[in-house]
Design a protein around this ligand. Structure first.
Ligand code: HEC
Length: 106
């Protein structure tokens, strides 16, 4: 049983994207298309969209990979699937670093 759990954990980890430290300035310039929904400063333009400012870097990165891979597909996720489909791993790291660097919202 222990071996089965160990193997499952290993496989799970192997399929996780490799998280990389992104570049905040590059992320900012790549965020032009995100502003319409997530706002200029990472505060959503409309309450039906999530605020991103100050969110954890690694979490943002994992979330974007999950949309891109179709692992997040319920509800409004289709919108983000479209926006992440053309992003590279580097774009995702940069965007995550940028949004994480913004002042957290109260
Ligand atoms: C047309 C509006 C729209 C645009 C443009 C858009 N998003 Fe989103 N975004 C959404 C919506 C809606 C959700 C919530 C989806 C869900 O229910 O999972 C979301 C969720 C997210 C999340 C997950 C937040 C969380 O708390 O889990 C991240 C990260 C994100 N967007 C980043 C981006 C980035 C980076 C861009 C630009 C490349 C972008 N979005 C462009 C509408 C948009």
């Amino acid at each position: 049983m222990r071996i089965v759990i160990g193997v499952a954990l290993l496989l799970g980890l192997a399929s996780e994207p490799v998280l990389a430290e992104g570049n905040i300035e590059k992320g900012q310039s790549k965020a032009a298309s995100c502003v319409a929904c997530h706002g200029v400063s990472g505060k959503a333009a409309n309450p039906i969209y999530p605020n991103l400012a100050g969110q954890n870097d690694a979490y943002l990165e994992l979330a974007m990979h999950a949309y891109k891979k179709g692992e997040r597909s319920a509800g409004q996720a289709g919108v983000m699937q479209a926006f992440t489909s053309s992003l590279t791993d580097e774009d995702i790291s940069d965007l995550a670093a940028y949004y994480a660097s913004l002042t957290p919202l109260k």
